[in-house]
Design a protein around this ligand. Structure first.
Ligand code: NAD
Length: 250
């Protein structure tokens, strides 16, 4: 029997009884797809400081360094596949038990798993835009240009600088963040999955929900405020929760 089986059952019951449940996901949900997180035991922080490598300042004023370090992290997300954790959240949404996912991730794996209502609160890696004329292009255009040595990559229409639509450290928060905050405000339940809850302002979101639960491999500074905390691997925990939810729903 799983040492967390009582907590798993408790979370499943909360999901079934809640009228409005959202999820808040972080880099931890995607490590089982082979994408390193920031602060986990094999995270990027063991090699570099992502708050510098992925900063607005570095991108704009030191592009040669940005395209050697930060950009490589963005490019590394290509061709990764969703795992059990992403699939369980998509399934809960299709069952009408999850209203949406506010994700800090930029990898698009929730979308690839079939989730529909996604708030990309730190942006995404599908597109880039021109800082001068605002025109939007596929991120593939940036990759092609950078691969051919065009650093920083330039807009074909006006010659301005193209930048990724990922929210860099130092950038303003996108509209998706305000939409997520509005919708999560007053909801019955928020399931926080795979986040150290260190990055602001996203780490305010749990307080907006009436109750929240945390599923994470390591303790977070918000554990004491959560209704239930499960310290275990995300994929197998979410699969076990879904199984219980299905049992309770028949
Ligand atoms: P974080 O790295 O600060 O925290 C991740 C947490 O997940 C850690 O506490 C770690 O112990 C836990 N974890 C990792 N794998 C796990 C697993 N299999 N099972 C259980 N727990 C696991 O991540 P964060 O809170 O999302 O904040 C950092 C920032 O990282 C975000 O802004 C996000 O945009 C960015 N980021 C995104 C990606 C991605 O898109 N996949 C990858 C790296 C970083």
């Amino acid at each position: 029997m799983d040492i967390n089986s009582e907590k798993i059952e408790q979370v499943a019951k909360m999901i079934v009884e809640s009228k409005s449940t959202y999820a808040l996901t972080g880099a931890g949900i995607s490590t089982e797809s082979g994408i390193p997180d920031f602060r986990g035991k094999d995270g990027y922080y063991t090699k570099m400081d992502p708050t510098k490598a992925l900063s607005r300042e570095r991108m704009l004023y030191e592009p040669e360094i940005f395209y050697k370090e930060g950009y490589v992290m963005l490019k590394d997300l290509y061709e990764k596949k969703p795992n059990d954790g992403h699939k369980v959240l998509a399934k809960l949404e299709s069952m009408g038990l999850l209203k949406g996912i506010a994700t800090q991730n930029i990898d698009g794996l929730d979308r690839a798993a079939g989730s529909k209502n996604i708030y990309e609160v730190h942006g995404q890696t599908r597109t880039a835009h021109c800082l001068n004329c605002g025109s939007r292009v596929s991120f593939d255009v940036v990759v092609e240009k950078v691969d051919s040595g065009e650093i920083p990559p330039k807009c074909n229409s006006c010659g301005g600088t193209l930048r990724s639509d990922v929210v860099m450290f130092g950038d303003m928060m996108p509209e998706d963040f305000s939409r997520a905050a509005n919708d999560i405000d007053g909801c019955d339940l928020l399931i926080v999955v795979g986040s150290s809850l260190v990055v602001s302002p996203v780490n305010y979101l749990p307080r907006y929900a009436k109750k929240f639960v945390i599923i994470n491999g390591e303790p977070t500074h918000m554990d004491s405020m959560a209704e239930v905390v499960i310290h275990d691997r995300i994929g197998k925990t979410l699969v076990a929760i879904l199984k219980k939810v299905e049992e309770l729903s028949v």
